[in-house]
Design a protein around this ligand. Structure first.
Ligand code: ARG
Length: 633
């Protein structure tokens, strides 16, 4: 392609969406583009160019690379934000390209010359103010302040949804929370609930249809024991169950003791499993009752956290297991081993057991059937499982089995894809597994209530009791208390263990939800105090990034889209937390600078718009993290 052709295309639209050369791009980029195309058929040229700033810059470099090295058609632009003194973004292709082309009669004398050519071939774009080559060929790009200001204002007018990433999938399953019936819902399930909800929210923001699945452990041998114990203690269980069982965990413990102590009871319990699985009515009803009581307990946690889940427990997939195992057997994947039926996995010395030696199914058989169902019946293209890292091997093995069966492609960059999102332990201050003071297990409901109680006390201490209505106190205490628990969990890389500490998470200084929620409320109060109608300013005013601190803030705001994309692609909520915390720091720097006075200055309108843009982006971050914003403090 000639330079002029390339340039023209780039100018029509930096994303060159309809360009056939794009077909040579990796499938990821291709699908992203196809989706962008379908969503914007009616859109203007400008709209077609959407995508994160990083992506838009990458597209410009893509054009330049094609012209610079026409014989190397498949070079992916390597663009990164650098926020350094030489520029805002950097293209790092020169060195790699040089090692590819040297000795092939290229006209360049070394990486800096390649960098120079990449720079010179870059199409002009209103996005870019200037370009320079540094060191061994890094091409630095300085964004145009005008373009930045215009883009932020456009977001204010059109809404932040325009900054949503477009992942290459239409439907995803997020399998999270997933506690076990009649057992304790522990802090591990709390982490899964919080992390899974955030991932679901990020995907939903990205216009993916998300099936939020609660894969509760509602099937298995423990039910025989529970049912038999229920019959024994409460012959007319249907009238009495709810009150009689009351505390399901205590009920579980007592029945387990009975099970271990009395062989005759054990025998009956084993019979009960068979009768339950055979579908005998009385057993099914007892089972349903036990599930219902657990469900009500779980619901209390979800309700406090504002988390929505759709239950499709292990029992749901039961009818599909025999067919799935049969198919896998026909494919020659399933083998006999010590009385069990197993799938051998390359590189792992223990096999995946899919039928136990007693003929029963297990966790793995259910997961295989569930994966089959999600791929074939629900047409999910990305299936995400959120559990502690302790289950990593299980997921590793069963994903490999699914690859052997041809359900999933080999390699991890293509779709459909299954991902295990592992997380570390929750520790107490003693550095051991988290426990509350006197009881053995932490009741999650109590834990959340304590977070709320503590933040309510802090509000009262600040004198809000006189100022606010009871309702305002309650809702703020909930937003802050639950938000604090969520944020404390999400801000760490999920793979690391984290220490649960109320004092730390409810501190109003440092990287906490409290600090961030207050920062947001302060921005809202600046706008209120101005007495201006911000909606009117969005349309009639003009945002200008004149001062360095304003420009820094503007740049960070514009990077929201690429950060969400990264957090979503790598399934790392902490990336978004870091961004949010930095945003409030950068805002503080701007706001506390006397040269950037907002109310009463010549630049009031522009700076109010910048405050509003910061508040909008912060709110979107909160919403993706499942945190309710507060508007006044
Ligand atoms: N119920 C399991 C547990 O508590 C988690 C289930 C996770 N999901 C799955 N499809 N295996 O450990």
């Amino acid at each position: 392609m000639s330079y002029h052709n390339a340039l023209r295309k780039a100018l029509i639209c930096t994303s060159v969406i309809f360009h056939t050369d794009l077909l040579r791009l990796t499938s990821r980029r291709l699908v992203w583009t196809t989706k962008a195309q379908s969503l914007t058929t009616m859109a203007t040229e400008q709209d077609e160019c959407m995508g994160s700033v990083k992506e838009q810059i990458a597209k410009l470099f893509e054009v330049s690379l094609k012209v610079t090295v026409p014989n190397e058609p498949d070079v992916e632009p390597l663009v990164a934000a650098c926020n350094g003194k030489f520029g805002d973004y950097q293209c790092n292709n020169a060195m790699g390209l040089w090692s590819k082309i040297k000795g092939k009669g290229a006209q360049f004398r070394g990486p800096p010359a390649v960098g120079e050519a990449i720079k010179n071939n870059l199409p002009t774009s209103e996005m870019i103010e200037s370009c320079s080559v540094a060191g061994p060929g890094f091409v630095n790009v300085v964004l145009s302040k005008n373009w930045m200001a215009k883009s932020i204002q456009k977001m204010l007018v059109e809404g932040i949804d325009k900054w949503a990433p477009l992942p290459p999938v239409k439907t995803a399953v997020v399998d999270f929370s997933s506690p076990n019936i009649a057992k304790e819902m522990h802090v591990g399930h709390l982490r899964s609930t919080i992390i899974g909800d955030t991932l679901a929210r990020m995907l939903e923001f990205s216009k993916v249809k998300v099936l939020r699945r609660n894969h509760v452990g509602d099937w298995g041998t423990q039910f025989g024991m529970l049912i038999e114990f229920l019959f024994e203690k409460f012959p007319n269980f249907e009238d009495a169950a709810e009150t009689a069982i009351g505390d399901l965990q205590a009920f579980y413990k007592a029945s387990k003791q009975r099970f271990d102590a009395d062989p005759a009871f054990k025998e009956r319990a084993q019979q009960a499993v068979v009768r339950l699985q055979g579908g005998e009515d009385k057993y099914r009803r007892a089972w349903a009752q036990i599930c219902e009581i657990s469900r009500n307990e779980f619901h209390k946690v979800y309700q406090r956290l504002g988390v929505h889940l759709e239950e499709k427990g292990e029992s749901f997939y039961n009818p599909y297991i025999p067919g799935v195992i049969e198919t896998l057997t026909k494919q020659g994947l399933v083998e006999e081993s010590q009385g069990a039926r197993v799938i051998f996995i390359e590189g792992v010395n223990i096999p995946l057991i899919v039928v136990k030696s007693d003929g029963g199914f297990n966790y793995a058989s259910t997961d295989l059937a569930a994966l089959w169902y999600r791929l074939n019946e629900e047409k999910a293209e990305w299936i995400i499982y959120v559990t502690d890292v302790g289950q990593q091997q299980h997921f590793d093995m069963f994903f490999k089995a699914a690859k052997r069966a041809g359900w999933l492609p080999h390699g991890d960059s293509s779709y459909p894809k299954a991902s295990h999102v592992g997380f570390g332990l929750v520790l107490g201050e003693d550095g051991k597994r988290f426990r509350t003071r006197n009881t053995e297990v932490v009741r999650l409901v109590d834990l959340l209530d304590e977070a709320k109680t503590r933040s309510k006390a802090a509000l009262i201490e600040r004198g809000k009791g006189e100022e606010w209505t009871e309702e305002e106190i309650e809702s703020t205490a909930e937003a802050v208390g639950y938000g604090a628990v969520k944020y404390a969990d999400l801000k760490n890389n999920r793979l690391t263990n984290y220490t649960f500490n109320f004092d730390q998470m409810l501190n109003d200084k440092g990287n906490t939800a409290v600090y961030l929620l207050y920062a947001h409320a302060r921005i809202c109060s600046i706008i209120r105090r101005s007495g201006k109608d911000i909606e009117e300013l969005k349309n009639k005013g003009t945002l200008i990034l004149g001062h360095k601190d304003e420009r820094d803030l503007g740049l960070h705001l514009l990077q929201f889209a690429e950060v969400v994309e990264e957090a979503c692609t790598n399934l790392l909520p902490n990336v978004l937390c870091d961004y949010l915390y930095n945003l409030s720091e950068i805002f503080s720097k701007f706001y506390s600078n006397p040269e950037c006075k907002v109310i009463g200055s010549d630049m009031e309108t522009s700076r109010l718009l910048l405050c509003e843009a910061t508040a909008v982006v912060m709110r979107k971050c909160f919403s993706l993290l499942g945190i309710t914003p507060i508007y006044k403090i």
